[in-house]
Design a protein around this ligand. Structure first.
Ligand code: PRP
Ligand code: URA
Length: 217
């Protein structure tokens, strides 16, 4: 797995691996079925989580193997929080939980106003002690960056300082916004795409992630 730090956006990490690239191509393909889309989203998320969690701190704890007692490394501190942005972020939760089953799951409901492209907040629920945890925001799409920027503000208002963002596809416009507004938040993406079109869709992108995941096209 290669982690490429973008030369312009110092908080953007493109996680590069032949399996990620292969699965991303299948995800983009417009004839990919709803079932395959869901599975691919989970699989790519697992591969991103592997990289995005590699700095989680460890402590040692005494464990007994069938043969002897040793000091063994375990994750330190409170369990991380997964924060999917509804709706499409929900498609990344199971992939994340398959690697960290004890992670807490918050929810933030945001939708883009189709005309203004501004995010509208309609739901927010995270564990009360989230300021003591690392929060991993999940959303397949970073387009203008309005939605995730709003999610980050909601977290910061509640005292959360350890925040990362996992997305499948990023547009340079959204990456630039996050780099300017939240340079402290690391972004892990499978690919930085070319640009946004006039309707705020990512090119080449994969279309409307929520509609493809839930079959509401
Ligand atoms: C999509 C996507 C992101 C957002 C990205 O959601 O899942 O949340 O757009 O765009 P932005 O970076 O310009 O804010 P959408 O608003 O379409 O809602 P949905 O998931 O309910 O369909
Ligand atoms: N939201 C999506 O689902 N797709 C895009 O290309 C942009 C925003």
């Amino acid at each position: 797995m290669t982690l490429v730090i973008h030369p312009r956006f110092s908080n953007l990490y493109q996680v590069s691996h032949p399996l990620i690239l292969h699965k991303l191509s299948q995800l983009r393909e417009c004839n990919t079925s709803k079932k395959e889309f869901k599975e691919l989203l989970q699989e790519i998320t697992q591969l991103l989580v592997y990289e995005a969690t590699k700095d989680l701190p460890l402590i040692t704890s005494e464990i007994k193997t069938p043969l002897e007692t040793i000091q063994a490394p375990i994750l330190k501190g409170k369990k991380p929080v997964i924060l999917p942005i509804l709706r499409a972020g929900l498609g990344m939760v199971d992939g994340f939980l398959s690697l960290i089953p004890s992670a807490r799951v918050g929810h933030i409901g945001l939708y883009r106003n189709e005309k203004t492209l501004q995010p509208e907040l309609y739901y927010f629920k995270i564990p009360k002690d989230s300021q003591e945890r690392h929060v991993f925001i999940c959303d397949p799409m970073l387009a203008t960056g309005g939605s995730v920027s709003k999610a980050i503000l909601c977290l910061k208002e509640r005292g959360v300082t350890k925040i990362s963002f996992l997305c499948i596809v990023a547009a340079p416009e959204g990456a630039e916004k996050l780099w300017k507004e939240h340079p402290d938040v690391k972004i892990f993406t499978a690919h930085l795409d070319r640009k946004l079109n006039e309707h705020g869709y990512i090119l080449p992108g994969l279309g409307d992630a929520g509609d493809r995941l839930f079959g509401t096209r």
